[in-house]
Design a protein around this ligand. Structure first.
Ligand code: SAM
Ligand code: SF4
Length: 381
């Protein structure tokens, strides 16, 4: 049943993923601070801010960043994301480009100014440069980025650049073919590496590499990935493995922590120094290499969540609005978009979604029992 606010709660995830967290994960400062934070606004204050047109939640967080998933499909099967046996949504459930454009226009009128196109793998959807062109001309959008696994970048980088895309995040978890295949359960590392170089040739200046860090898999890749990133003057970020895998195999022992990665990098390159942090809402904590050649970011989403500064909301491929990766429910924008609702009604749905946002995801806590009903590819990372 759909709640009058548009909220649909979701069901629980399997027991297998509910291992308790080891002690280093238990004392998470940022998350512990969140619940007692003085920024925890009274509901009527948050509602008043929301009425003024800004997307401010009950904890004073202003939401300016939107992730738009354009598909749940993908051309590889990363074990940390998608199950091997997967059923994709029927195409008529997926938002059309015009619907996405309208949603983004409404979100922009509420103060959203950063948009990231994601998926599933966004580049498997036909004509994504066309969507890029539409979104890059939405008034108020100052930053338009896309996250891709890079497999199809060689063919599409020039068209994306020409359409007005500002930035690219490219996932690269391994340089070795064998490890890539082990993670992605498909071949493709050569195509990704070629795609990265094609993006450079197409003129993209702002490219980041993202690697998910999993214990028992990522360790031998840390140093080669860093060498590759430094050689090509590309920023590299490691993301702690989050409990959002379709197979439901996540447990805390499989998380390779940011601290462990830093240790491995320091052993090879010398001590890294923390970089300035101009934007507190950025999920990564950056470190500079001792010789000044490049920078590495650590996204400690499990061992040190950054929920206190979160400014993000998400639109799933089939038009559900979600206020957190770990949300256990969502708000149905598609039914409004397809039933002749006015912009005001859709804006109200987005505000309700933000007002329902929790202080933090709690994946660092021993009480973290409820995984979302969706895996990463069904949400949009
Ligand atoms: N297919 C594109 C890609 O892989 O870059 C975009 C979608 S993917 C879901 C977005 C990002 O989420 C990728 O950087 C991916 O590595 C990351 N991701 C997926 N599952 C994850 C998990 N369980 N924990 C941490 N990061 C994850
Ligand atoms: Fe596909 Fe990206 Fe998920 Fe990997 S992380 S399976 S590339 S959607």
């Amino acid at each position: 049943m759909v709640h009058p606010s548009g909220f649909t709660p979701a069901c629980r995830r399997p027991e297998s993923s509910r291992d308790s967290l080891p002690s280093p994960f238990r004392t998470c400062e940022p998350f512990a601070r969140m619940d007692s934070s003085p920024t925890n606004l009274p509901a009527n204050q948050a509602t008043a801010d929301a009425r003024k047109g800004r997307l401010v939640d009950r904890f004073g967080r202003v939401h300016t960043s939107l992730r738009v998933s354009v598909t749940d499909r993908c051309n590889i099967r990363c074990s940390y994301c998608m199950p091997l046996q997967v059923r994709f949504r029927p195409r008529d459930e997926i938002l059309r480009f015009e619907e996405i454009e309208r949603f983004v226009q409404i979100a922009a009128s509420l103060g959203v100014n950063h948009v990231r196109i994601t998926g599933g793998e966004p580049l498997v959807r036909k004509d994504v440069p066309l969507l890029v062109r539409k979104l890059s001309s939405v008034p108020g959008i100052v930053d338009l980025a896309l996250t891709t696994n890079g497999i199809l970048l060689t063919q599409q980088a020039a068209a994306l650049q020409e359409a007005g895309l500002h930035r690219l995040n490219i996932s690269l978890d391994a340089i070795s073919e064998e490890n890539f295949r082990r993670i992605a359960r498909r071949d493709g590392v050569r195509r990704v590496l070629d795609g990265i170089l094609a993006a450079r040739r197409a003129g993209f200046q702002r490219i980041r590499l993202n690697a998910v860090a999993m214990r028992g898999i990522t360790e031998p890749e840390i140093v080669p990935l860093a060498h590759f990133a430094r050689e090509h003057a590309i920023e590299l970020r490691f993301i702690e493995f989050m409990p959002l895998d379709g197979d439901g195999h996540w447990n805390d022992r499989r998380v390779l922590s940011g601290d462990e990665i830093l240790e491995a990098l320091s052993a090879e390159f010398g001590p890294l120094t923390p970089a300035a942090r101009p934007d507190p809402s950025q999920p990564a904590v950056d470190f500079d290499f001792a010789d000044g050649l490049g920078r590495v970011g650590l996204i400690r989403s499990v061992t040190a969540p950054f929920c206190g500064d979160c400014d993000r909301l998400r639109l799933t491929a089939e038009g559900k609005v979600r206020n957190c990766l770990f949300a256990t429910g969502d708000f149905d924008a598609r039914s409004l978009l397809r039933s002749g609702a006015g912009d005001g009604e859709i804006a109200e749905l987005i505000r309700n979604c933000i007002l329902a946002k929790k202080a933090g995801h709690g994946a660092d806590s021993p009480e973290f029992l409820e995984r979302p009903d969706r895996s990463m590819y069904e949400i949009g990372g």
